[in-house]
Ligand binder design. Structure first.
Ligand SMILES: Cc1ncc(COP(=O)(O)O)c(C=O)c1O
Length: 375
């Protein structure tokens, strides 16, 4: 038995659900390309597992955050086109060119650094020009794009393969701002004929559901491929067809009867109200279970929601399993995120409790938790 396989807390990655979600998204965008975003270890799902399965489905262009993420996948033998979504620095040009990673660029310095490096090694390097139509994070201002493209003409080793933008508010019910952005992007595109640009891309998951006019040539879905809703405000009811890819489970390692009034875990932030049966499970904030959920979440045991009690510690957490007295045993399965019987705990439920979004919940499951593919 490998060392990894004896870890009791695991994240299971359901590849059937990944396939299902990709089919749904592909149906929505029709013949346009889908470029799945597998940055941040595939939103915590395990980038190697996800990328390998996606390539088996025929998807071979991936959005990653930076060079290191792409290299990790290359070293796993995953041959793909990698689009670097975060802005690199000119000093990264040699590494990016060496591996032909396609950077999204917002500055002329970056374009020049890539072009000169490509020329030096006798290559042509593809890039995607990022336009800030309203995200306010990265990108050229719309009125400077034409000038930028014109200046890039000086570099034959630079292939401006794509032009892109990003939505900050496509997941909101009110689409007014996103539609204004789309208008700005279209205006930019009208001035970019003749520069050899092949791919225009803008749509994230929310836009795939709610803004079909943003499909252009390719879409970059992230959260939806993992079966999670971009927000609760998506209008297109097909969002309900998504199936969550990740389940997070652990097992009971210790059980004890405790009397009423007993303080539990650090700071005794919980005292039993009555004689209680308490289970200890080997998951904590070291695994990505936020300490702020202490006394504030439930986990599933035998299909029953059991209250988490006391402070969540680095490695261990307590559950009140009194309702399962006589039934529950050491070694029993505990579901942190996922389904058991008729009950389900979702990443959205934990996100709501923490005042955050499902993206953060799954992305923060730490590297200590093995990702196990289910196929
Ligand atoms: C540039 C870019 N495109 C696409 C995505 C995917 O977004 P989503 O996960 O909302 O589909 C992201 C995610 O943050 C992004 O930064």
């Amino acid at each position: 038995m490998s060392e990894q396989s004896i870890r009791l807390t695991k994240a299971f990655v359901n590849l059937h659900h990944l396939t299902h979600n990709m089919r749904l998204l592909q149906e929505l965008v029709g013949s346009r390309q889908l470029w799945p975003c597998i940055k941040a270890d595939a939103y915590g799902h395990g980038a190697t597992i996800i990328a390998r399965h996606l390539t088996s489905l025929g998807y071979t262009t991936f959005g990653i955050a930076d060079f290191e993420e792409g290299m990790a996948l290359v070293q796993e033998g995953i041959q793909a086109t990698y689009i670097v979504l975060s802005e690199p620095l000119p000093e990264h040009a040699p590494a990016l060119v060496a591996h032909s990673f396609e950077s999204t660029i917002s500055t002329f310095d970056m374009a020049e650094a890539l072009a000169r490096e490509a020329e030096r090694v006798g290559k042509r390097i593809a890039v995607h020009v990022k336009v800030d139509t309203g995200m306010g994070r990265l990108g050229l201002q719309p009125d400077s794009v034409r000038n930028f493209l014109e200046h890039c003409q000086a570099f034959p080793a630079l292939h401006i393969r794509g032009i892109m933008s990003h939505f900050p508010r496509a997941d909101e019910r009110d689409k007014e701002y996103s539609l204004e952005q789309l208008g700005r992007f279209r205006q930019v595109l009208a001035g970019t004929q003749g520069y050899g640009i092949e791919v225009r891309h803008m749509a994230n998951s929310a836009a795939i559901f709610d803004l079909p006019d943003s499909y252009f040539d390719a879409a970059r879905p992230g959260i939806a491929i993992y079966g999670l809703h971009p927000s609760r405000e998506i209008a297109n009811s097909r969002v309900n067809e998504l199936k969550p890819v990740l389940e997070w489970k652990t097992r009971i390692v210790f059980l004890k009867e405790v009397p009423a009034g007993m303080g539990l875990s650090y700071g005794h932030a919980y005292h039993t109200k009555r004689q209680s049966l308490i289970a200890t499970v080997p998951v904590g904030y070291g695994d990505g279970l936020s300490r702020n959920l202490s006394n504030h979440c439930t986990m599933l045991v035998h299909g029953v929601r059991c209250r988490q009690v006391g402070r969540i510690t680095m490695d261990l957490t307590l559950l009140d399993v009194t309702a399962l007295r006589g039934k529950v045993q050491q070694g029993d399965e505990v579901v942190i995120i996922g389904r058991q019987g008729a009950e389900e705990v979702t990443a959205d439920e934990l996100a709501q409790k923490l005042g955050t979004i499902n993206y953060e919940i799954v992305t923060c499951i730490s590297h200590r938790v093995p990702r196990i593919p289910i196929s």
